[in-house]
Write a protein that binds this ligand. Structure first.
Ligand code: SAH
Length: 218
């Protein structure tokens, strides 16, 4: 703050402290330490009740998806080892989680979130499909032609009435889901949904899905 923002006493900032966003003023700067007076808590909206199952694929693109999903208000990301997740990436995923959590923390601060997007430890898809039975569970599938995400989600929200349900959305890896995985989703009653007739990259699909959910939930 001192070097990059040329912080001086009297300057005002929104800061995140103890899980809350505060409007604060710099009281003083001494020995490389910036001291704030907290003026008032800034009302920060809670996260949307959305969990993204994000298949493990190229790490740089995944990180981008994590950052953007955080900005768009996702509550949680579950990294998922899918059949077409590259083997060496699947093996490295557990060791990457701390870095993903740092990405989520930075993005949460930047987005002025009062909470931090949670990143779970990676799960193999076979296990992940059995989670959150009571949630609205939607699997993004480019082969799906009839039901759009927008339609399925509107319907589910209407059916839930005043209570906003938990929403889980699964995004496949670069190579997409295998037929066996589609059958697994089907057996656990996940609903396949489309984001339109074009094939999106996984990170585009994740962000688009978050934007559709945010538009319906906010
Ligand atoms: N197998 C594809 C690419 C998969 S895209 C190919 O032909 O190259 C990666 C993931 O993004 C998919 O598994 C799916 O979850 C999601 N996705 C991409 N386009 C989509 C669309 N039009 N509708 C729904 N999901 C989509």
């Amino acid at each position: 703050m001192i070097r990059v923002l040329r912080a001086q006493a009297g300057m005002e900032f929104d800061i995140v402290a103890g899980g809350h966003v505060w409007h604060a003023v710099i009281a003083g700067i001494a020995d490389g330490t910036v001291r704030f007076n907290l003026i008032a808590e800034v009302e920060a909206d809670p996260a949307l009740p959305v969990t993204l199952l994000l298949s493990v694929y190229k790490f740089d693109r995944m990180e981008w998806a994590i950052e953007k999903a955080t900005e768009l208000g996702a509550e949680c990301i579950v990294p998922v080892i899918a059949r077409r997740s590259e083997k060496h990436l699947a093996q490295a995923a557990a060791g990457r989680v701390e870095r993903w959590r740092r990405v989520a923390l930075e993005a949460s601060k930047q987005a002025r979130r009062s909470d931090v997007l949670r990143i779970e430890d990676p799960l193999v898809l076979k296990v992940a499909v059995k989670e959150a039975e009571q949630a609205v569970r939607l699997v993004l599938a480019e082969q799906e032609r009839s039901t759009t995400l927008h339609h399925a989600l509107s319907e589910a929200l209407d059916a839930a009435g005043d209570e906003v349900p938990a929403i889980w959305m699964a995004v496949g890896p670069e190579g997409g889901w295998t037929a066996e995985e589609e059958a697994m989703f089907d057996a656990e009653s996940w609903k396949p949904v489309s984001l339109g007739p074009r094939i999106l990259r996984a990170e585009t699909a994740a962000i688009t899905a978050m934007a559709v959910a945010a538009a319906l939930l906010e």
